[in-house]
Design a protein around this ligand. Structure first.
Ligand code: 3PY
Ligand code: MG
Length: 254
């Protein structure tokens, strides 16, 4: 089975650079996949992406050097299993509030006896390889989003779960939970900033992957320097809107 690149990079002490897709377009996903990212995430939670388009986007990413990941809409085992069957090599699950919720999520990512994933790896096997069933439990990533007070409070119990590979911080939701305004880059010392530092430290101590959502390249670089191992230097909507604004302003200012 094809090795999981994000796992390999994290194990080697590096940070995987993650492309982020919210626009429902296989062509855009393919474009990001060829841009040099280690992996590209199809965001079905906040992106405007339905399942059939998401499946086509995973196909498009699979045709590039980048590894396909997917964020599901919610912690629903059916959605998690469908994402893996469609060829996602890792699932990011939003709003994981407790170790119990994390266990439920991770079990949807694993075949028995380690979990309860149903067999039918349609594209998963095409992308991963013919030994998919034997190796998938050790290759596909289960990443629980920590973005609520419950998730932060139970971080050690979540990280202790054998089938949880790591966590992915949602800074905006974490800010709201902490009574602050949403921000992808909360300052160190704010309640959300302190929680993020805590989640990172506990993840590294547990030897598990720590990822975080980032608004742009400089922010992703800073997070990688702090020790995060999965960071996105921006996202498609930001690139399109930012590039459009900058070029428009440049044209008007000639
Ligand atoms: C958050 O910041 O809460 C996220 O989920 C980022 O997508
Ligand atoms: Mg969030």
């Amino acid at each position: 089975m094809r090795p999981n690149r994000v796992r390999e990079i994290a194990r080697a002490g590096g940070a995987a650079m993650n492309g982020w897709c919210g626009i429902p377009a296989p062509y855009a996903a393919e474009l990001l996949g060829h841009a040099g990212y280690d992996c590209v995430t199809v965001d079905m939670q906040h992106g405007l992406i339905g399942f059939e388009t998401a499946a086509a986007m995973l196909q498009a990413i699979s045709a590039t050097p980048a590894q396909p990941l997917l964020r599901v809409r919610s912690n629903d085992p059916g959605l998690v299993m469908q994402a893996l069957d469609a060829g996602a090599y890792g699932v990011i699950c939003p709003l994981v509030n407790s170790a119990e919720e994390a266990r439920r999520f991770s079990e949807a990512c694993r075949y028995g006896p380690r979990g309860g994933r149903s067999f039918g790896p349609a594209r998963g096997m095409l992308y991963g390889g013919p030994d998919y069933f034997d190796r998938a439990n050790d290759e596909v990533l289960a990443l629980a989003m920590i973005e609520t007070r419950g998730g932060v409070a139970e971080i050690d119990a979540i990280l202790a779960l054998p089938e949880i590979d790591g966590v992915f911080v949602g800074p905006n939701d974490l800010c709201i939970e902490m009574g602050e305004r949403p921000s992808s880059e909360p300052e160190a010392g704010t309640r959300a900033g302190t929680a993020i530092a805590h989640v990172l430290a506990r993840s590294r101590a547990a030897g598990k992957i720590a990822g975080i959502f980032c608004s742009d390249g400089p922010a992703a670089g800073r997070r990688a320097k702090e020790g995060f191992q999965l960071v996105n230097p921006g996202y498609d909507v930001g690139f399109l809107a930012g590039g459009a604004r900058a070029n428009l302003a440049a044209a008007r200012n000639v």
